[in-house]
Design a protein around this ligand. Structure first.
Ligand SMILES: Cc1ncc(COP(=O)(O)O)c(C=O)c1O
Length: 373
């Protein structure tokens, strides 16, 4: 049996341990210190965002974005339905009401036509607009961000970009996560680069990031005793794991290059099979191809492929089950067109780790071909 092929395992660059050792040497075993400052600096330089705040997770970053944008109990928040739960759970933390928008087939991400129709309809009927949109760039591929940003601006809706999976992906050369008022990256264990767990909130608005920084450290006022005028959280990233982040940021470009090569290799192996469709890439965008994802021929269930690969010690995964189809959100409203339901029913994520060899990609491909023949 071949050694296990994981979906997207961590892939260290080499300097992470040295930066962790620096934290030990300086005894900054704390949620502040040199590694945290330098990691934030690297994110700003790499993405072009003016301000960055390192946190315990991407979910925490989305939560803080909602808080600092002034979202209140009972406000309505729109969100991509085709996403991971971490995108939208913070809507519930703040006792707000989610409204889900489906995908289009051109991007697999949020359909800008559906969004525009809904906001225009509300505007003409005098119905209240949502306070914010949480837009996800899924699997490392940019959504129609330019159009969606314009639509949000036209109707006065705050735009939060969930770029948890899309660090390094660009549209017209600009990084996903930097178009909206706030952007979020995740450094969870299986992301394109990782800190074992972690997140970063970015913005070009200094006040928003300063407020988020305050809330991320229990909202302590600047007094010698502990004074609080609002409630916060314990969300700041530790100086130890920021050391991992520093090392990982040194290799992000190599990691993206390799993920894109893996995608191209899968496509060369499988694209000529009738009924297989790979996740698209919008014109003028450049994705990080975090995971290679594809739709299988209609008669083939993704679960049959997943279990077949599992028998060969290979980890694959279904596409995200859309939020509108989750029992948790059974009473929620949205604009649903069936696209994300089809993606979930027919799609699969193939192992895509940047440490995979070409022969491993070919092995996965040949097993899929065997199973389909
Ligand atoms: C699309 C998306 N949003 C949000 C998150 C949440 O990030 P984290 O796991 O760092 O909380 C993730 C990843 O885990 C994700 O894939």
């Amino acid at each position: 049996m071949n050694p296990r092929i994981f979906l997207s395992p961590p892939h260290m660059g080499g300097n992470e341990q040295a930066y962790i050792n620096e934290a030990f040497a300086s005894n900054y075993i704390a949620p502040l210190g040199h590694n945290v400052d330098l990691f934030e600096q690297q994110i700003k330089e790499y993405t072009g965002a003016k301000y960055a705040l390192a946190l315990t997770s991407g979910t925490a970053a989305i939560h803080l974005a909602l808080r600092v944008l002034g979202i209140k109990d009972g406000d309505e928040i729109m969100a991509s339905t085709f996403t991971f739960i971490g995108s939208v759970a913070p809507i519930l933390y703040e006792r707000c009401i989610p409204f889900f928008i489906d995908s289009d087939t051109a991007s697999w991400n949020l359909d800008p036509d559906l969004l525009e129709e809904e906001l225009a309809k509300r505007s003409s009927k005098g119905i209240k607009q949502p306070k914010a949109l949480i837009l996800t760039h899924l699997y490392g591929q940019s959504a129609h961000i330019l159009r969606i940003k314009n639509i949000c601006q036209e109707y006065g809706v705050h735009l939060i970009e969930d770029a948890a999976e899309s660090l390094g992906a660009t549209m017209d050369g600009q990084h996903t996560g930097t178009f909206g008022e706030m952007g979020v990256y995740s450094f969870n264990g299986n992301k394109i680069i990782t800190t074992s767990g972690g997140g970063v909130l970015v913005s070009n608005n200094a006040k928003l990031i300063e407020h988020a920084r305050h809330l991320s450290t229990q909202a302590r006022e600047a007094t010698s005793h502990y004074e609080h005028t609002e409630y916060g959280y314990n969300y700041r990233m530790s100086n130890i794991i920021a050391g991992i982040g520093r090392g990982q940021m040194e290799v992000i470009s190599e990691r993206i290059k390799r993920r894109r090569e893996i995608f191209d290799l899968y496509r060369a192996e499988l694209d000529n099979i009738e009924g297989i469709t790979f996740m698209p890439e919008l014109e003028t965008s450049h994705g990080n191809r975090w995971l290679t994802t594809l739709l299988l021929p209609e008669k083939v269930s993704p679960e049959s492929i997943r279990t077949y690969l599992e028998k060969h010690n290979i980890e694959a995964r279904p596409l995200w089950k859309p939020m509108h189809a989750q029992p948790l959100f059974k009473d929620s409203n949205g604009c649903i067109n069936g696209v994300s339901d089809t993606l979930f029913a027919q799609g699969i994520c193939l192992p895509s780790g940047s440490s995979m060899s070409n022969s491993e990609v070919k092995l996965v491909s040949s097993l899929i071909k065997d199973k389909l023949s």
